[in-house]
Design a protein around this ligand. Structure first.
Ligand code: N7H
Length: 487
């Protein structure tokens, strides 16, 4: 009997999908407004007034065109623009009285159903307090209903837009339909550090290329089906269960991650790699730089160490036709070029699982996530650098989109980052260890010294989760037909 041909992927409706999901809201600064719904009937009416403010993928593409034109014309300053998106937690849908069972297809342990607070304890490995709650900021230990993102090119722009959003819900009046639990502002770092996260590494280089959406396809990992990111499309493991209002959406995993930058820097300074993989001695500075690069899998410039293992190559780093064109190919059993535990190898093992020795290939594409997010907190002070101790909170407002949390963020954190023997090669003598950045548990890693791949190194924590939640970012159609009620 022949298998029926798969249903062809319906085209993505770019006017129906919220902009952050596929295109990323353009931003120099961004508000994350975490809210609770306090007046359901009013909220559902108010939402009608928010819908026209929401930026879709089509809207973001127009904004990006405007930015490109502005740059081409070498005009001064930045194009003034803002973008608003909204997402809801399972508890938000419960509060609204909306049946979200087509989003909680994983049964009683579905991550969206149980929420991130419970998941942090059960599966993510976050440090837990005596009361069995994760060791998070109090704001995130209560029930959270939704998240509003406001991004823009300047503080003035997003503050103005926030006043508009607040007015929609009556915030600041006794009739407010929402209560803002916390508003966190993220900011792209200043000057040359723009696009670099707080440890100093260029970020936002590797995100999945989405079939039927992306038009520029640079050499790199294979494009993913649209349903890996957008619900209801080919590649969404729960495609068959989605009802119309839950299609064209995406799950948003938000994590409030603090980075211990002086402690990270001190670890690099104290443990420089002595020689590169060709036995060439390194200065302490070179050795520290190489250590950091081997922990991340890229140099601070963004150049992948799988291509340029022992020397940074800034030109390669910023060339989109080259900077993602690596597959850990030819080193299935070797960490010489890139340790198995390096952050980018743990979170996207590329060919490691596609052609492993003595076991069937495991496709990586279903586990790809669309990373967004932005830095928060001040730049490092001289005192902190000198003392090696963090005195001011800073880090990453991590956000990623996927059609399945249990295949995407939750899986990456639990099954890959926190699992010491992943990737599980039978012939590989050393334990890869945990992801040295985000791994939770007994933090060990091998492969930091290219001449002694099996040496296991223990390391302290550099990233501390202090909150988060799982949200669903619905389509415009879902917002109009099911979540809002006519005004
Ligand atoms: Fe990671 N970092 O600064 O070192 N991440 N990450 N991440 N991350 C990546 O390739 C970082 C976090 C992924 O396709 C780069 O764009 C920091 C979480 C994935 O090759 C850098 C934090 C999760 C990739 C960082 C953090 C991931 C990736 C290289 C937290 C998921 C793409 C730049 C504070 C569970 C891998 C780039 C690929 C890349 C850093 C968090 C996942 C520099 C500081 C929580 C999938």
């Amino acid at each position: 009997m022949s298998t029926p041909a798969p249903t062809p992927t319906p085209p993505l409706d770019l006017n129906n999908i919220q902009g952050d999901i596929l295109s990323g809201l353009p931003k120099k600064t961004q508000f994350y407004i975490v809210f609770d719904i306090v007046n359901v009937a009013k909220f559902r009416k108010d939402l009608n007034k928010l819908i026209p403010l929401i930026k879709t993928v089509a809207g973001v593409l127009k904004d990006r065109q405007a930015i490109d034109d502005h740059k081409k014309k070498k005009l001064p300053g930045l194009v003034p623009l803002t973008g608003v998106n909204i997402a809801f937690s399972h508890l938000g849908f419960v509060k609204l009285g909306i049946d979200d069972s087509s989003l909680t297809t994983g049964g009683a342990t579905d991550p969206f159903l149980i929420g991130q607070r419970a998941d942090a304890v059960t599966n993510l490995g976050d440090p837990v307090k005596l009361d069995n709650n994760p060791d998070w900021n109090a704001d995130f230990l209560q029930d959270l209903h939704g998240l509003i993102l406001i991004s823009g090119e300047s503080h003035a722009s997003i503050e103005k837009k926030k006043l508009e959003v607040d007015a929609v819900f009556g915030v600041g009046t006794p009739q407010s339909s929402i209560k803002e639990i916390t508003t966190i502002r993220g900011d792209v770092r200043p000057g040359d550090e723009a696009a670099h996260e707080h440890f100093g590494f260029l970020d936002g280089i590797s995100n999945p290329v989405v079939k039927t959406f992306d038009t520029v396809i640079n050499p790199g990992p294979v494009p993913v089906d649209p349903g890996v990111v957008v619900t209801g499309h080919t590649g969404d493991p729960s495609q068959a269960q989605r009802v119309p209002w839950t299609t064209d959406g995406s799950f948003l995993a938000f994590r409030y991650l603090f980075q211990l930058v002086p402690e990270f820097n001190q670890f690099l300074t104290k443990n420089p790699v002595k020689k590169d993989g060709n036995n060439n001695p390194l200065t302490p500075e070179q050795g520290s730089e190489l250590l950091g690069a081997r922990m991340v899998g890229r140099w601070k410039s963004g150049a992948p160490i799988d291509i340029t293992p022992f020397k940074d190559d800034p030109a390669l780093a910023t060339d989109p036709t080259k900077n993602n064109n690596f597959f850990f190919a030819g080193e299935i059993n070797s960490a010489l070029r890139c340790p198995f535990g390096a952050h980018v190898r743990k979170t996207n093992p590329r060919n490691d699982l596609e052609a492993p020795p003595n076991r069937p290939s495991i496709p990586v594409a279903p586990h790809r996530i669309m990373r967004r997010g932005v830095q928060f907190g001040p730049e490092l002070t001289a005192d902190e650098q000198h003392s090696g101790k963090t005195a001011h909170g800073r880090g990453l407002l991590f956000a990623c989109y996927q059609s399945s949390l249990s295949q995407g963020f939750q899986f990456l954190q639990q099954a890959w980052a926190n699992t010491a023997n992943f990737p599980p090669f039978e012939t590989q003598p050393e334990i890869p260890g945990l992801d040295p950045l985000i791994g939770q548990g007994a933090r060990i890693m091998s492969g930091l010294d290219p001449l002694d791949e099996q040496q296991i190194v223990s390391m302290p924590t550099f990233i501390v989760p202090r909150g988060g939640e799982y949200f669903f970012s619905p389509s415009l159609n879902g917002l109009k037909t099911t979540i809002a009620t006519p005004a």
